[in-house]
Design a protein around this ligand. Structure first.
Ligand code: DX5
Ligand code: ZN
Length: 221
């Protein structure tokens, strides 16, 4: 079953708690939380204080996507703030195995992400050790960008590698996901869809997620 993780980057930040609070009833599986430092990406979002503040509004797992340099400096603080899955970028840290180990020692799930221009080979050596691979299908930094079709072969490559090696990590796709690209991502082998603008701008988020779930059924048939 494909999971759906609405990205609160596209939520109304003036009432973030409320926005997070309504996601479970609308059918979300996880809450995707984008953390940006203005260095790794040209944008700034929220920090651990906000993550902590919104934590009591839902029981859904927090899927925390760190788009920050030297993420190892902040693993502990995000774990304390209520993250359930902590994903860092392979381009952002010098010591991937150690960061993964640290996240696991904090009793959280560890994810690894890669930018559109980064080849799959950069993450392959670590996949046995992670709980999630997050494939970016836009240049990270902003919501509302178009899905990069050129990243689809990489999703397929990741799916094949994981199947061939008996790796059961989640395969999440993030960036430009809407009804049409959700289908593309699912067909390529994604197990989790992170999506911001298409869900938060839809008139009825619950109905929109339900449509995406139909896609999954068609594929499974
Ligand atoms: C982009 C973020 C994404 C973003 C997705 O840097 O990592 O999670 O919120 O937004 P949409 O779905 O609008 O592309
Ligand atoms: Zn993200």
């Amino acid at each position: 079953m494909t999971k759906i993780a609405p990205s609160i980057l596209s939520a109304d930040f003036s009432r973030l708690g409320e926005e997070v609070g309504r996601l479970e009833a609308q059918g979300a599986d996880w809450v995707h939380v984008d953390i940006m430092d203005g260095v790794f990406v040209p944008n700034l979002t929220i920090g651990p204080g906000v993550v902590k503040a919104i934590r009591p509004f839902t029981r859904l797992p927090f899927d925390v996507h760190l788009m920050i340099v030297e993420p190892e400096r902040y693993l502990d603080v995000f774990a304390q703030s209520g993250a359930d899955i902590i994903t860092l970028h392979v381009e952002a840290t010098k010591d991937v195995p150690r960061s993964i180990e640290t996240i696991h020692s904090l009793e959280k799930k560890a994810g690894l992400s890669l930018n559109p221009e980064t080849p799959f080979e950069a993450v392959a050596p670590y996949l046995e050790d992670v709980d999630l691979l997050l494939v970016m299908t836009v240049h990270p930094g902003f919501g509302g960008q178009s899905f990069m079709e050129g990243c689809v072969p990489k999703i397929v490559q990741a799916r094949e590698f994981m199947d061939d090696h008996g790796i059961h990590a989640e395969l999440e796709v993030d960036g430009g996901i809407n009804y049409d690209t959700a289908r593309t991502a699912i067909e390529a082998g994604a197990t989790v869809l992170a999506a911001g603008s298409s869900l938060f701008r839809s008139r009825d988020m619950r109905a929109e997620m339900a449509r995406w779930r139909q896609l999954r059924c068609q594929k499974d048939d």
